[in-house]
Design a protein around this ligand. Structure first.
Ligand code: ZN
Length: 185
C-alpha cells in the first residue's frame, strides 16, 4: 500500500497533465503515445507543420494545405474521440484500481465508455503478456483458452503482479506498454 502523501503527490502531477489540451498532448508525446516527429507530406515528402484547427492541433503540409494528418495518426488513440485529458485521467484511475463507476464520475465520461476504455487497457495487459511470456511463467498459455472478457481480468491481475508495485508503476507501465504496442516513430 502507498502512503497518503505519495498518492496526493501523484494526483498533483497528474492534474497538471490533465489541465488542458496542450499540457495533455505534451505529456502524451513525452510518453511516446503520440508522435512528436512531424510526418511527411504524401505529395512533396516535406515535413508537415503543426497548426491549430478548430481548437485542436493537426499536421498540415506547408505547401499542400489539403494534406492534413491527425496528431493521433498511428497511435493507440487513432480514430478515437476521447479527449487527451480524459484519456490520461482514465489511465490513472485504472492504474490506481478505481472502479468503472468511480472512474466515470471522476472523469465525467459515461459508465459505458469508461468500461470500454478499461477493457482496452486490460487488452494492453494481455497483449504485453502474450509478447513477453517465457516458458518459466506460462501466464499467457494458461489464460489463452479462457473467454476473452474473463481472460482480460486474469491478465490484468497477472500484469499488476508483475508491473504494478505501486500506483505510479502501474500508470507508467501501462503507458509504456501502449507505446511499445503502437509505435508512433
Ligand atoms: Zn506537400
Amino acid at each position: 500500500m502507498e502512503t497518503g502523501s505519495v498518492l496526493v503527490m501523484n494526483l498533483l502531477s497528474i492534474s497538471e497533465h490533465c489541465a488542458n489540451y496542450t499540457n495533455a498532448k505534451k505529456f502524451l508525446r513525452e510518453k511516446n503515445i503520440l508522435r512528436s516527429v512531424a510526418p511527411r507530406c504524401g505529395e512533396c515528402h516535406e515535413e508537415m507543420s503543426e497548426i491549430k484547427f478548430r481548437q485542436i492541433s493537426i499536421w498540415r503540409c506547408k505547401r499542400h494545405h489539403g494534406r492534413k494528418v491527425s496528431v493521433r495518426e498511428g497511435s493507440f488513440l487513432s480514430g478515437r474521440k476521447i479527449e487527451f485529458e480524459k484519456f490520461i485521467m482514465l489511465s490513472y484511475t485504472w492504474a490506481v484500481g478505481i472502479s468503472v463507476s468511480g472512474a466515470a464520475s471522476l472523469t465525467g465520461l459515461s459508465k459505458a465508455s469508461t468500461g470500454k476504455w478499461f477493457s482496452m487497457l486490460r487488452h494492453v495487459c494481455s497483449h504485453h503478456l502474450s509478447r513477453n511470456s517465457s516458458p518459466e511463467t506460462h501466464d499467457f498459455s494458461e489464460t489463452s483458452s479462457l473467454p476473452p472478457h474473463f481472460r482480460g481480468h486474469v491478465d490484468d491481475f497477472v500484469w499488476r503482479q508483475r508491473y504494478a508495485k505501486s500506483h505510479q508503476d502501474a500508470f507508467d507501465n501501462i503507458l509504456l506498454h501502449i507505446s511499445q504496442w503502437y509505435r508512433v516513430h
